[in-house]
Design a protein around this ligand. Structure first.
Ligand SMILES: [Zn+2]
Length: 163
């Protein structure tokens, strides 16, 4: 299929066809998911970290690999270690910056095509505990310049310590 035709399809349609929307989006510089300058918190040669564009909670974010792997079982152990280390650090940062009580970690590699990513979903004090937090209704992302910058700065400082 031609680039122009591919780019008219939804992420779900691409997935169903066996085309990875994440890889396609990167190849064509945001053609699927749009401008991520208010979402992207960190990037290096191995991973990419962003706030989710349709979050289940304020501060909901994801960490994905640069290279395409279906899930954790396909990725090299060094990459999995890095993903977990960053997830831990983001848990601390999200608590500090957003004041949430807990941060839930999940990874679902469903469907015929999936791009390995971890999701971090904050739970706030007033919210009930439990697995319902994984499926809280999605809402619109609201850019908070101050919090965005704080998270970005803190993760950049962390990244320097592990280089
Ligand atoms: Zn991919």
């Amino acid at each position: 299929m031609k680039k122009e035709e591919l780019l008219t399809l939804s992420p779900k349609e691409l997935t169903d066809m066996g085309v990875c929307p994440t890889c396609l989006n990167r190849k064509y510089h945001g053609a699927i998911f749009g401008d991520d300058s208010q979402l992207k918190l960190y990037e290096d040669q191995d991973i990419e970290c962003l706030f989710v564009g349709n979050p289940r909670a304020i501060g909901h974010m994801m960490i994905s690999t640069q290279q395409h792997y279906h899930d954790m079982s396909e990725a090299p152990d060094e990459i999995n270690c890095k993903m977990i280390r960053f997830a831990k650090q983001f848990m601390l940062i999200l608590k500090q910056v957003f004041g949430c009580e807990r941060v839930y970690l999940c990874t679902m590699s469903d469907g015929p095509m999936n791009h390995y990513h971890l999701q971090l979903i904050p739970r706030y004090k007033e919210e009930e505990r439990g697995s319902k937090n994984f499926v809280k209704p999605r809402k619109e992302y609201v850019f908070d310049a101050s919090k965005f910058l704080q998270v970005k700065t803190l993760i950049a400082e962390y990244a320097k310590t592990i280089e």
